[in-house]
Design a protein around this ligand. Structure first.
Ligand SMILES: Cc1cc2nc3c(=O)[nH]c(=O)nc-3n(C[C@H](O)[C@H](O)[C@H](O)COP(=O)(O)OP(=O)(O)OC[C@H]3O[C@@H](n4cnc5c(N)ncnc54)[C@H](O)[C@@H]3O)c2cc1C
Length: 331
């Protein structure tokens, strides 16, 4: 079976890899630009993000989280998959009131939190441990998938789907999907920082409310620490002084030793958002399948998207888990 995948980000490559595993003849068209995967922190957080999402999306996220361990192992190299878990924290009494609405268990005392994470500031007032909320390094995942797929990847920006020249086309071009299909996907800007510190400074992913602002701090084993992210309804690429200031101030408030780290990168990425901020997954028209609009959760959702979209392409059957995510639902 001959399939073209448009978009060589984390979603397109994951689908392509699954199709190749099942014997399909796959060509991936990617424009060579960095997608949202290059900026993403790689939090795999069905718990953290679940509270206010729709039940169908929560099911999809949970199913994908369960697949991550074997998906990471299947890549055959270290992609930074880490199951230490996440600490959800709050600093002021107001922060506790807001954050605790999403906490699945009673708050831990500050002394217990500092046993788990000794570098935390004494200002941290309360929090919970979410052992199921893991992390992975999206840059390593994309590099591993590119290595596997090799010369099946063609560097070319498509303007129309006809240019793909295949009987079946999977459109997985993130924010670029809108121009190719007319589907309502909008870029939602996020500013992110990458720090460099001593490996082991932090053990857990931390997500927190600090003086009313949300921030996360994601430590990698090699000493890289991702601090994110702003969420702005705009599409420009400007790193702003205010954005960097807010992120650093909140992160250092949580973990004072972060002030000693090197500020290695300041980045902007765009989350592919949809009108209900749930992904578009399924048949758009004959010969065209869409897998896009994963918004804040594309890294988390990569394994389940790959499995279910590859099955759809190869067998023509739509898994019931996809029923709520039909790409034409806003028409
Ligand atoms: C600041 C930030 C933090 C995030 N943190 C997390 C997180 O912690 N956990 C999580 O699960 N998700 C996170 N995300 C979301 C996640 O990054 C996205 O949902 C995910 O990357 C979407 O994957 P994708 O492959 O659909 O799109 P992308 O990763 O954007 O890749 C799309 C690819 O298609 C290419 N392309 C576009 N148009 C064309 C065209 N016409 N022809 C050829 N190629 C084309 C692009 O250049 C790109 O390479 C974050 C996103 C941002 C911006």
């Amino acid at each position: 079976m001959s399939v073209a995948v448009v978009g060589g980000g984390i979603i397109g490559l994951s689908i392509a890899s699954r199709l190749v595993d099942n014997g399909a003849d796959v060509t991936i068209f990617d424009d060579g630009e960095y997608g949202a995967w290059n900026v993403a922190a790689g939090m795999l957080a069905p718990g953290g993000e679940a509270a206010f999402e729709t039940p169908a999306l929560v099911r999809l996220m949970s199913s994908s989280a369960e697949r991550w361990s074997s998906f990471a192992a299947s890549l055959g190299v270290d992609v930074g998959y880490d199951e230490t878990g996440t600490l959800s924290l709050a600093v002021t009494a107001d922060d506790v009131a807001v954050a605790a609405r999403e906490w699945p268990s009673p708050a831990l005392r500050p002394s217990r939190l500092r046993e788990l994470e000794p570098a935390l500031s004494p200002r941290v007032r309360a929090g919970v441990h979410r052992p199921a909320d893991c992390q992975v390094d999206p840059r390593r995942v994309v590099a591993a998938l590119r290595e596997r797929l090799g010369d099946r990847i063609v560097t070319k920006r498509l303007s129309t789907l006809d240019e793909a020249g295949a009987p079946t086309v999977v459109v997985a071009a993130g924010c670029g999907t809108a121009a190719l299909t007319g589907l309502p996907i909008r870029p939602v800007k996020g500013q992110v920082l990458r720090l460099r510190g001593e490996p082991g400074l932090l053990r857990h992913v931390i997500e927190a409310t600090v003086d009313g602002r949300s921030v996360y701090v994601v430590p990698r084993a090699d000493g890289e620490i991702v601090v994110g992210a702003t969420q702005e309804e705009r599409s420009d690429w400007t790193v702003t002084a205010g954005g960097v200031h807010d992120l650093l101030r909140a992160a250092i408030e949580l973990v004072p030793d972060l002030a000693e780290c090197t500020l290695a990168e300041t980045l902007v990425g765009h989350r592919p958002g949809t009108p209900d901020n749930a992904p578009l997954l399924g048949v758009l028209r004959e010969g065209v399948v869409v897998a896009a609009g994963h918004f804040r959760n594309g890294v988390l959702l990569a394994p389940v998207t790959a499995d279910l979209i590859a099955d759809l392409v190869l067998t023509g059957t739509t898994d019931p888990m996809l029923d709520d995510f039909a790409p034409g639902r806003f028409a």
